[in-house]
Design a binder for this molecule. Structure first.
Ligand code: GRF
Length: 214
């Protein structure tokens, strides 16, 4: 006798409040900030959380008048305390959707259990190929001819969550890591802005590995 299938998770229809998590320059954040000024865009960035005070994304947020918070691991006693601190920093902004956009840390249960199925991440490769922090370098080293970017639901693993959307980017002869990453990021920003809007406007259902939006 086979075990009954787990019941599908209910569709998430989020309102448009986005909290964006950043570690670096924040070009993905900039794309969302630009989008939220467009008439008819269904989402807006209401808070930005960074794991380091030097993250360029913080300055982008401030210039856009968006409140920020910094949760540096060094300011917390241990990993569990940091996880809880990240969840609290996000919760202050009452998000409908949490967007990890270049946030270079693994999110813990304190975040994932508080917003189940409502935390998404953008990754610069076609998952499940090349997970982790060096996706572009790894794709080049492997000799891949096509790579790209993935928007996925975050689960407890490293870039293992169900895929929402992907775009392919060709690897050109002579590409180096920086040049290829820049081309991927052009595709990544468009993918992120487009699919965040679709998730917010239409809702998202996650059945096992399969994500349905709208
Ligand atoms: C993006 O390619 C993201 O997927 C990766 O790091 C990059 C961050 O870029 N994890 P930015 O900070 O949004 O400019």
């Amino acid at each position: 006798m086979s075990a009954p299938d787990a019941p599908p998770r209910p569709a998430t229809r989020s309102g448009g409040r986005l909290v964006v998590l950043v570690s670096g320059a924040g070009s993905n954040l900039a794309a969302l900030l630009a989008a939220h000024d467009r008439p008819g865009y269904p989402a807006r960035v209401v808070g930005v959380v960074a794991d380091r005070a030097s993250a360029g994304g913080l300055e982008l947020a401030r210039r856009a008048g968006v409140p920020t918070a910094v949760v540096a691991p060094a300011d917390f006693a241990d990993r569990a305390a940091w996880d809880a601190g990240v969840a609290e920093a996000i919760a202050v902004f009452r998000p409908d959707l949490v967007v990890s956009a270049g946030f270079m840390r693994i999110l813990g249960a304190a975040v994932l259990d508080r917003w189940p199925g409502r935390v998404v991440n953008t990754h610069p490769a076609l998952l499940p190929s090349f997970p982790g922090a060096h996706a572009v370098r790894d794709a080049l080293a492997f000799g891949a001819k096509v790579t790209g970017c993935t928007l996925h639901v975050v689960d407890a693993g490293v870039d293992t969550g169900p895929v929402i959307a992907q775009v392919a980017v060709a690897v050109e002869p002579g590409d180096d890591e920086a040049g290829l990453h820049e081309r991927i990021k052009v595709a990544e920003r468009a993918l992120l802005v487009d699919w965040v809007a679709r998730v917010v406007a239409g809702g998202m259902r996650v059945d096992g590995r399969v994500v349905t939006v709208g």
